[in-house]
Design a protein around this ligand. Sequence first.
Ligand SMILES: [Zn+2]
Length: 359
Amino acid sequence: MSLFNIPDGVDVIEVRKKVNKMLSEARKKAKSKKCILCGKEQSSFCNSHSVPQMCLRPIADKGKVLHASLAMGFDIGVVDLDGGVNKSGTFNYICRECDAKFFQDYENPDNIIQPPTDKILAEIAVKNMLLQLNKRDIELELLDIKQQELGIYENPDKLSELKTLDQKEYQEEVLFHQDIANNNKEGGYQILFWEVLPYKVPIATQSAMVLPYDMEGDILNDVGNMDKSVRMQYVHIAVLPLEKKSVVLAFYHKRDKIYRRLRHQINTTSREKVLQYINYLIFEHTENVYFSKTIEEELKNNKMIEKVSQEANGLPTFGHLSADNIFGMDYEAVKPEDIPNFLDESWAIKEEENTDGEE
Ligand SMILES: [Zn+2]
């Protein structure tokens, strides 16, 4: 969760206002001309939601869900599904036609509760990588604007070079998974966990993650390695609540071999512990997550949630180390069991709490 680096002694609210203005400028500049999925030139793009509406509506209260920034201690974490108050988690990368067609297998409540096909996994992976790509594009534009307005980077050229590198990697990932979906290729994905829970969890998310450590704390991806020949490897996590059930899914593509050990660990761990681990990965590694208002108080008041939300790969202050946090040396990273497991039935949204209901 390291999009914004806010220096000490700066008024957070003012910075957020500025950043929001910069974000909308950056969004305008970052728009490409062609739809990445069909390659056709477009004058306007669809405002695609990364987490399908079918999974946000069931946890919404009067059309509103909460966003990750609330757990991070910011006060603007409300997403209005109808009014679009908060645009996080949306991307403008593909044309309306592709948005309506490409994801239709998985964006269907009847399909998603069945054991996932390779096509469905590929659609989810494409969506996750599009969101990463879009985020990087905006960040690249933001770098320029932020440097001009706040001057907070010592070496902006180096940062920009790294982010351009990421962009190529994400583009390659999008095309790789798109090819699997379009050509119905089978046998490529490895499911780590898939279950349809018989209750409605208060969280909706889907995200591609580069995990630095496995369940035992051994290194998976060397996230500090800037060598251009090192390709980062991804795990895809999805928690998709429906009206009366929830789908929890974790998978990777078999070319991302480093996760074989994680697979073994998951297979030899109890179901409860795996759910707890997935819940932890969500708070540690993605900001593309939406919450029901039923857990608002817990999100606001639980200090461990705030702490884990401000970690980056187990390091404090979004991974920005300085003398202020003793370069992270005495920092104790949050563990899965330190935070509430919102995938557990005890946190499920009860029938009477669901104010929106079936529409
Ligand atoms: Zn298209």
